[in-house]
Design a protein around this ligand. Structure first.
Ligand SMILES: Cc1cc2nc3c(=O)[nH]c(=O)nc-3n(C[C@H](O)[C@H](O)[C@H](O)COP(=O)(O)OP(=O)(O)OC[C@H]3O[C@@H](n4cnc5c(N)ncnc54)[C@H](O)[C@@H]3O)c2cc1C
Length: 380
């Protein structure tokens, strides 16, 4: 493809990262985003080294350092005793092992870092408050149209063979609490995944350590297709009920959280990312997955970088990109499925799990993740 103009639909992690990657490859980029302003609900993201090394290559390292916290370890703990069973080393060890930092960040901060870079990039223009419908895409005079409009994508229907979204039967409760309120049980420097029957909860610091972001995942219902719901008293009661077998200290902290949102979790079935013409799907629009491996945004950012590296070489290279991405995303998805099984185990399986995990050395747990975190993007 000899083109140099790309239209990007959606300014989430995928769309903004794609804009910067295409600009770096010399393309002229136009992004259109339905929201009037770039604003995210209160929540956090874990950024693994496979993702941060791309963000660094996009020149975002210094800005990211200003907002990202580097945890010392990723601990796995019991949701009833709160005891740490084992951990994956992070901090300096992560950077040495995987070549880039492991970090946690408030979602809005990462989005601002990306957005600020796009706004000052001379190859990029961004139009907010502009919702794009599928019929408009046919009129685009760009050489490539990148659909990055998320799991609820309206524009995905441009690709007949694209996957379909379905409800996982799980909901994520996102809670923000004061670090002081969690200080009795939580080491504020670490990411901690508490595991319990049919549910788990991941906690980590955001906002420079002032707050702790908690994501609790349980079975639940989906009120419909939307990204996030403000939580009613009834919802909070449901959350409390789901965690009734959990440690009371943790439950009280959850009950008193200042901000709680409720997210039904959807995932995409496997499908095409490229139509063979000029339309490509990236990020959640292509392959939303459960958050058990914390890889959704990372896969979106990988998609973006890899697509920009391939697109200039033409359609064959984009088909090759699609195949590589489907293999990689498929593997991350399997890992997420495995984590779901491990984190939510009950009864004898849970006892066996705790024993096996406690016998595994942190070094072994780290080496299990080499394929995922140590992956290197094209040209880096
Ligand atoms: C509970 C939970 C925890 C998670 N934790 C992690 C984690 O720790 N680490 C990680 O890597 N990932 C995590 N993820 C996944 C991650 O949040 C997503 O994979 C990622 O945000 C997807 O980015 P995206 O840009 O593809 O989609 P989105 O962020 O959904 O962005 C899509 C954008 O397109 C815009 N848009 C939609 N339709 C239109 C239209 N028609 N016209 C114009 N604009 C449009 C939307 O307004 C939006 O701005 C988590 C997800 C959940 C639910």
């Amino acid at each position: 493809m000899t083109g140099t103009k790309v239209d990007i639909i959606g300014a989430g992690m995928a769309g903004l990262a794609a804009a910067l990657a295409f600009s770096r490859a010399g393309w002229t980029v136009r992004i259109r985003e339905q929201a009037e302003e770039i604003r995210e609900v209160g929540a956090g993201l874990q950024l693994s080294p496979n993702c941060t090394h791309i963000l660094n290559a996009l020149g975002l390292g210094p800005a990211l350092e200003g907002v990202m916290h580097r945890p010392g370890r990723i601990a796995l703990a019991s949701g009833t005793s709160l005891n740490v069973i084992t951990y994956v080393p992070a901090g300096d060890e992560a950077e040495q092992r995987w070549g880039a930092p492991y970090g946690v960040v408030h979602r809005a901060d990462l989005q601002s870092v990306l957005y600020d870079a796009v706004k000052t990039d001379k190859n990029c223009s961004i139009e907010l408050g502009t919702r794009i419908e599928p019929r408009e895409l046919g009129d685009s005079d760009a050489d490539l149209v990148v659909i990055a409009d998320g799991v609820w994508s309206a524009n995905r229907i441009r690709l007949k063979e694209a996957g379909k979204p379905s409800f996982t039967g799980l909901v994520a409760w996102r809670l923000l609490v004061d670090a002081e309120d969690a200080a009795t049980f939580l080491d504020p420097n670490n990411v901690t995944a508490y595991m319990g029957r049919d549910s788990h909860l991941v906690a980590y610091p955001v906002n420079g350590g002032a707050k702790v972001n908690m994501v609790a995942i349980t079975n639940g219902d989906s009120p419909g297709a939307s990204w996030s719901y403000a939580t009613s008293a009834e919802n909070r009661a449901q959350l409390f009920e789901r965690f009734k077998a959990w440690n009371p200290v943790l439950r009280t902290t959850m009950r008193d959280a200042e901000s709680v949102t409720y997210w039904p979790l959807y995932q995409m079935s496997d499908g095409a990312y490229f139509d063979g013409g000029k339309t490509v799907l990236i990020g959640d629009a292509a392959h939303a997955m459960g958050p058990f491996a914390a890889q959704g945004a990372a896969m979106a950012i990988e998609d973006a970088w890899e697509l920009a590296a391939s697109a200039t070489q033409g359609r064959t290279a984009i088909f090759q990109w699609e195949e590589r991405r489907r293999n990689r995303v498929g593997r991350a998805r399997k890992r997420a499925g495995f984590n779901r099984f491990v984190y939510h185990a009950r009864g004898p399986v849970r006892i066996g799990r705790d024993l096996v995990l406690s016998l595994r050395k942190p070094e072994h747990l780290a080496s299990d993740l080499d394929w995922l975190y140590g992956w290197r993007a094209t040209g880096l």
